[in-house]
Write a protein that binds this ligand. Structure first.
Ligand SMILES: Nc1ncnc2c1ncn2[C@@H]1O[C@H](COP(=O)(O)OP(=O)(O)O)[C@@H](O)[C@H]1O
Ligand SMILES: [Mg+2]
Length: 245
């Protein structure tokens, strides 16, 4: 792990949600780092806090206490506007339910993040390039409801990468796809992020993802647990390893 550049640093991160007049803690003093170019997988039971953690790292939500640095910058110290701009520049997000805008074409969905970030001029070129890479350039003028789930998620992947973010967060990106389609979408997302040395943090229920990961974590009891470091095994037969409960 020598010379690994830290892209995400979590320091004593706590997140509680109000439940009646009680506060329920979902994350309790979570510490951790994610490195440049790595593919980190977050496992954990439904309700364990995986989405919460990704939303905090993206700056969509704020922690109850603690600090998050992304590329050395404290997103938790930023004002909302600054955090929004920082997210638009540096982070891509892939959701379980694609979250494409139904009234926009495929191409418009992909260019949107760049237009929001004020880079509208180069948006079309970058978007077409990415649509090419996800195999959907010929569907550029189609609307999302004409696409299959797998195709929609490929558009969402193009959208997440179009502004060339250093960090990509994916929340159960294959959770709404059949196994075969999910595998293709996963490979595509991995290929594209690896090729560009981006950090990918993925919450998932799919154990098939584990052999591809550089590191595997488990969100459990408010904690982010590291497992024995998974080896990079993209092209080899995965050896089984044990994820602690
Ligand atoms: N906005 C919210 N308000 C209240 N409780 C929430 C909110 N978001 C998540 N939670 C609660 O936090 C816990 C963790 O949720 P989540 O992060 O979505 O888990 P996971 O993604 O691992 O399934 C759950 O108990 C959930 O009900
Ligand atoms: Mg979730």
């Amino acid at each position: 792990m020598a010379n690994k550049q830290t892209v995400v640093h979590l320091d004593q991160l706590c997140k509680a949600f109000a439940e009646g007049n009680q506060q329920r803690e979902v994350l309790t003093a979570v510490n951790g780092e994610f490195y440049q170019g790595e593919f980190a997988v977050l496992l954990g039971r439904s309700g364990s806090g995986k989405s919460t953690l990704l939303n905090l790292i993206s700056g969509i939500e704020l922690p109850t206490s603690g600090e998050i640095l992304v590329d050395g910058r404290s997103i938790t110290a930023m004002k909302e506007r600054e955090r929004t701009l920082f997210r638009r520049d540096n982070i891509g997000f892939v959701f379980q339910f694609f979250n494409l805008i139904p009234t926009l074409t495929v191409l418009e969905n992909v260019t949107l993040p760049m237009e929001l970030a004020g880079n509208g001029r180069s948006a079309t070129k970058s978007a077409l390039n990415l649509l090419e890479q996800v195999g959907l350039a010929d569907r550029r003028d189609t609307f999302p409801d004409k696409l299959s789930g797998g195709e929609q998620q490929r558009v969402a992947i193009a959208r997440a990468l179009v502004h060339d973010p250093m960090l990509v967060l994916a929340d159960e990106p294959t959770g709404n796809l059949d196994e075969e389609t999910g595998e293709r979408v996963l490979k595509l997302l991995l290929d594209l992020t690896r090729k560009q040395n981006k950090t990918l943090i993925m919450a998932t229920h799919s154990p098939e993802v584990v052999p591809f990961a550089d590191r595997v974590f488990r969100v459990h009891d408010g904690q982010l647990l590291t497992t024995a470091e998974a080896q990079r095994q993209i092209h080899s037969v995965p050896t089984p390893f044990i994820v602690p409960n």
